[in-house]
Design a binder for this molecule. Structure first.
Ligand code: CA
Length: 232
């Protein structure tokens, strides 16, 4: 398994290095940014699996950065943990309202940070769903990499399986081709965006016999969505 990649945005160097050290030791790949601007350029360079964002940054605040990332289509589902010295409940609420997925008050122990990071990564990848996921007439067996419908196996290739698994774990949300490339193929691989259309077509074909092809919906000008609500 490729190591998960975490971007730390924190201006205080000793804290940043302490966090980076703990995460690297736990097997994560880590990049560091000292302000919102360098965080932006790090993001443009490569999408991390999770971001740690300090509230107080020298340029744009971490809260503002988080807000704008959660507004942008490319980054809105990027898991973000907000770090701050502010412990007040009102600030915590503001952090979560701003779109942060979790919140950690300084000082925190490396162990606590690690626990939060792992929990959020599990949540974000849908691993909390367990081994079997049912949506509409489809039953996904994640341990066996199999899909069943009405007791019969739905036969598909490994890429179509990964695509369907991603969709079933993230239903009712529109994903652009670029996001699907990132999430299903992994950001480092060079795959043309139209390749996705080919796999979508194959996936629909595999689902056709089970009347489930309409779950894979094209959203004009935006991308694709999995929904068992056909009128969605
Ligand atoms: Ca700071």
């Amino acid at each position: 398994m490729t190591p998960k990649h975490i971007l730390i945005v924190e201006d205080e160097r000793p804290i940043r290095e302490m966090i980076a050290f703990g995460l690297k030791r736990a097997g994560f790949e880590v990049r560091e940014a000292e302000d919102s601007r360098s965080a932006r350029s790090a993001l443009a360079d490569r999408r991390p699996d999770l971001m740690l964002v300090d509230w107080m940054l020298p340029d744009t605040s971490g809260l503002e950065l988080t807000r704008s990332l959660k507004r942008e289509r490319e980054t809105r589902d990027l898991p973000i943990i907000m770090l701050t010295a502010r412990a007040a409940e009102a600030d915590k609420v503001a952090g979560l309202d701003g779109g942060a997925d979790d919140y950690l008050t300084k000082p925190f122990s490396p162990r606590e940070l690690l626990a939060r990071v792992n929990a959020l990564l599990r949540r974000a990848s849908g691993q909390d769903e367990g081994e079997e996921v049912a949506r509409g007439a489809l039953l996904l067996d994640r341990a066996g990499h199999r899909v069943n419908s009405s007791g019969r196996p739905v036969v598909m290739g490994p890429t179509e399986y990964r695509l369907l698994e991603f969709f079933m774990l993230h239903p009712d949300r529109v994903y652009s081709r670029e996001q699907l490339l990132d999430r299903v193929w992994g950001g480092n691989v060079y795959v043309e965006e139209r390749t996705i259309d080919v796999h979508i077509r194959r996936l629909r074909k595999a689902l056709e016999d089970f009347d489930c092809d309409q779950y894979i919906q094209t959203v004009r000008g935006a991308g694709y969505r999995f929904s068992v609500r056909v009128d969605a």
